[in-house]
Design a protein around this ligand. Structure first.
Ligand SMILES: [Zn+2]
Ligand SMILES: [Zn+2]
Length: 230
């Protein structure tokens, strides 16, 4: 369903960000600088527009957006639309991309969820993550090839996503953590819930991995899977 440039957490070699292609649009969820070499090697011959959905502004989620916009403008000649999940994050992204990264205004725009108007977009889902980003952390509900896809972003709670998780054609891409940091979904606390979701027919994929060996050990023999990367 989604393809991943990376599946790691903030301190990993490759940070978690994903993409899919629908019609002639490439839709990317978050974009770390660590994803850029893989992004550059994709085939853009059939792509007319790039969207980047931003979950929140930690560096492992937005550090590559400026570089992507520069590359899309100067090399690919493809316009980029950055979707901010709320107006506060939109203002911060405009500050970053315009004033700090110096992106050419003609090459991109920053919009809000209500402006997306694409059949693959369902909703931005507010969640809780770090104290420093209260009311500024989101996941996304998407519709991809008539499947329902829920992407948690970074979160310490699963409850905002549960109302979206029903039916056999639903994918949950959820962050998970082997260390109990208080800002992520600690696997020991969410293991049973995630397994229950699998038993109810939800396809559950784990991302934003901090300790691959520990998570693999924990999910052995279950239907839970760590996302593959391209
Ligand atoms: Zn993160
Ligand atoms: Zn984060």
């Amino acid at each position: 369903m989604l393809k991943f440039f990376g599946n790691g957490s903030a301190f990993a070699d490759t940070n978690t960000c994903a993409y899919f292609i629908q019609n002639h649009d490439m839709i990317i969820i978050d974009f770390s600088q660590s994803a850029f070499p893989k992004f550059r090697n994709l085939d853009f011959s059939d792509i007319s527009k790039i969207y980047i959905l931003v979950t929140h502004t930690h560096g492992d989620h937005i550090s590559g957006i400026g570089t992507l916009i520069h590359y899309a403008y100067f090399i690919l000649k493809i316009p980029v639309t950055v979707v901010a999940p709320c107006s506060d994050v939109a203002d911060e992204l405009k500050e970053l991309l315009n004033r700090i990264e110096g992106c050419i205004p003609d090459g991109y725009k920053v919009i809000l969820p209500y402006e997306v108007n694409q059949n693959w977009f369902t909703a931005a889902i507010p969640t809780e993550h770090s104290e420093q980003h209260i009311k500024k952390c989101f996941g996304y509900a998407l519709s991809i090839n008539s499947s329902s896809v829920i992407y948690t972003g970074d979160t310490k709670i699963l409850s905002p996503y549960l109302p979206y998780l029903h039916g056999n054609n639903t994918y949950l891409y959820t962050e998970i953590s082997a260390h109990n940091s208080g800002v992520h979904l600690y696997i020991n606390d969410f293991f049973d819930t995630l397994n229950e979701l699998c038993q109810n027919g939800i396809k559950v994929y784990l991302m934003h991995i901090d300790d691959k060996a520990a998570i693999e050990q924990k999910i052995k023999g279950t239907a839970l899977k760590i996302v593959d990367t391209i």
